[in-house]
Design a binder for this molecule. Sequence first.
Ligand SMILES: Nc1ncnc2c1ncn2[C@@H]1O[C@H](COP(=O)(O)OP(=O)(O)OP(=O)(O)O)[C@@H](O)[C@H]1O
Ligand SMILES: [Mg+2]
Length: 362
Amino acid sequence: MTGLSLKEIRKSYGSVDVLHGIDLEIKQGEFIVFVGPSGCGKSTLLRMIAGLENITGGDMYIDGQLVNDVPPSKRGIAMVFQSYALYPHMTVYDNMAFGMKIAGENKQEIDRRVRAAADSLQLGKYLDRLPKALSGGQRQRVAIGRAICRNPKVFLFDEPLSNLDAALRVATRIEIARLNEQMADTTMIYVTHDQVEAMTLADRIVVLSAGHIEQVGAPLELYERPANLFVAKFIGSPAMNIIPATIAEAGSTTTVTLTGGKSVALDIPTAASEKGKSASFGVRPEDLEIASGDAYLFEGEVSIVEALGEVTLLYIEGLVPGEPIIVKLPGTIDIKKGQKMRFSADRQKLHLFDAEGRTYRR
Ligand SMILES: Nc1ncnc2c1ncn2[C@@H]1O[C@H](COP(=O)(O)OP(=O)(O)OP(=O)(O)O)[C@@H](O)[C@H]1O
Ligand SMILES: [Mg+2]
């Protein structure tokens, strides 16, 4: 059975088009993450799935049923927001039980579900407390628990962890991953700006930009085989280095000339007609290494050293003025600002995009 099916979904506010025809099939039990720049339409799409925004065009199906005109309460969906919106005068228990009480569930069933949700979120000992006596992370877990109690078919999260500090984010992220395992049949759709959350939680990531889908795929698929320049730059941190280039030789392998004049051979085929065209050459910061021997990809001068302990980031000036190449090296290394260095990369790890930003596939 299909979990969720979006066909040509459009949204306009007055004359402003926000979503331009979203097609997406989501399987039951899948964990889908929406990412994209601020304002690209992630929350709008989530709210349309929840039924909190009407649909300007297209069709939406949940479990095979057309839900365009089905009210939120009848969709079998629960949503957790960035601001947890708990009732301040109610205990944790009552906050979690409230929706079921309104729905007229019997007391025993309410109690069973509240305790089960509290158990799975490690909230058991806080059931009698008021929200003001909880930390931010605990409050967000109550909001998640309240949603679990509704026994949803589809669970929507809109940046649920963005108000939490770094340590709580990690802890709560792990709770959500565990929850996803326990609720294997429940479809989850999760919006985040956090790369680690997207990469670790998602079965598939949907990359959105300006109201359309750029690519849908498993996290590592997007990382290793981005469909275009937008996805290549969006997935991965720090972002992929992009260097303007010209295609010097096309064929079963391709040679490009980078800005600055250096020639680079890539194991990527291009059609003969591509010769002479402008392109973008890409290499991820973590795929660069200090060159040993005479062969190198580029050279430049270290302008900034960021020692993060686990990794060292180097900003190298020399190719495109004012646009340093970022190099991410493991561990701590003794490198000084002003040092001249050469870097190389495995040929398999190089990327090439055409003038429209589409990937030249291997
Ligand atoms: N009620 C509204 N009326 C008019 N425009 C709106 C309304 N709600 C959202 N928008 C516009 O729709 C676009 C998408 O907004 P949305 O909140 O979905 O973005 P988002 O991807 O969730 O961004 P963020 O990452 O900042 O949360 C934005 O340009 C926004 O200004
Ligand atoms: Mg949003």
